[in-house]
Design a protein around this ligand. Structure first.
Ligand SMILES: NC(=O)c1ccc[n+]([C@@H]2O[C@H](COP(=O)([O-])OP(=O)(O)OC[C@H]3O[C@@H](n4cnc5c(N)ncnc54)[C@H](OP(=O)(O)O)[C@@H]3O)[C@@H](O)[C@H]2O)c1
Length: 306
């Protein structure tokens, strides 16, 4: 299939409607109310591909837990699923997708190449292994996980996979301005996304401005800082939440959304997954946004990953 045709076909991603294969027996069959999930808005990446503004993170969700969580998330309306080779759960993500019975073209699946697989040949092999583990024949987004080692060889492999139509968009993760500038000096395809740590305590305003300038979509990992620094009980977020009848988690996700940032919260609990989707019926006003701005500590909450 030609790349253009491929993109046109896949851009018709109907967020929120679970399409069932006829006669399929799966987790949706028992409960009609799960057939249609919450509709999630999409943003358009710099290559025209649509990406849901809110997705589901899968770090630490492995084995049967991973299968169940991914299937639950899809049943509730999540369409963007974020994984990575280093999470050791690509089989579980694939299992959850299969169990959900959803039409592949409705999903937006992201994975990331890990540092051990950097370099042209190795990255190509790693990509195929990821696809095979997930039981998929293309990825929506493939990212360079961390800016170390042979980034150039890895990027060129990703460009070739993109040109072959095996990936709809390519991007990076944890890249700072200097890393991006270097990559842009040889890239023939600009990164579509940079996935970086972003939450109320590390707001990355400078990165947000520079990514906007480059036309690269910012995506927030650990949008709740994994609850570190007491995010879920923070009194300032709670006071804003009280005003809108929302939780700290919902205020956080709404703040990401209003800043135009894709967020990928993780949860192992269906009630939390549902709560995290329920952010599109209220608006943080200017005072709320300014109050949240003041929470910025401007420092990573994950120094152990540096
Ligand atoms: N590119 C990178 O280098 C990188 C690094 C880290 C993460 N990521 C990606 O970003 C995703 C999200 O980040 P993360 O997994 O580190 O953490 P996170 O989404 O910031 O936080 C996850 C934690 O929040 C809890 N939680 C979720 N919803 C909640 C709610 N409504 N109320 C209270 N607690 C709630 C979850 O507990 P329950 O399970 O009990 O709900 C879990 O302990 C990852 O899963 C991964 O896909 C990427």
């Amino acid at each position: 299939m030609k790349r253009k045709e491929f993109l046109q076909r896949s851009a018709t991603f109907v967020a929120g409607t679970v399409i069932m294969g006829s006669g399929s027996s799966n987790i949706f069959a028992a409960n009609n109310s799960l057939r249609s999930g919450t509709s999630i808005e999409s943003i358009t990446l710099n290559n025209g591909v649509k990406m849901p503004i809110l997705g589901f993170g899968t770090l630490y969700l492995r084995d049967e837990l991973g299968v169940r969580c991914v299937a639950d998330a899809i049943s509730l309306g999540y369409r963007l699923i974020d994984t990575a080779t280093v999470y050791g759960n690509e089989e579980s993500v694939g299992g959850g997708i299969k169990l959900s019975g959803i039409n592949r073209e409705e999903l937006f699946v992201t994975s990331k190449v890990w540092v051990d697989d950097y370099g042209y040949e190795q990255a190509k092999k790693a990509f195929q292994i990821s696809l095979d583990k997930m039981g998929l024949d293309y990825l929506d987004l493939y990212l360079i996980h961390r800016p170390r080692g042979d980034i150039k060889g890895t990027w060129l492999a990703m460009e070739d996979l993109y040109k072959e139509g095996k990936i709809k968009a390519i991007g990076v993760s944890n890249f700072e301005a200097g890393h991006l500038e270097e990559l842009l000096s040889y890239a023939t395809i600009e990164p579509a996304v940079n996935q970086i740590e972003t939450h109320a305590f590390f707001q990355q305003e400078k990165a947000r401005e520079s990514l906007k300038k480059y036309g690269i979509q910012m995506e927030a990992w650990s949008p709740f800082a994994q609850g570190r620094n007491e995010l879920f009980t923070n009194e300032i977020l709670a006071a804003i939440g009280k005003k809108h009848d929302k939780s700290n988690a919902q205020v956080s996700l709404r703040w990401h959304y209003q800043r135009g940032i894709v967020a990928i919260p993780r949860s192992s609990q269906k009630a939390h997954m549902k709560e995290n989707l329920n952010i599109f019926d209220f608006e943080l006003d200017e005072a709320d946004m300014n109050t949240i701005s003041a929470l910025d500590l401007n420092i990573t909450q994950f120094p152990e990953w540096e």
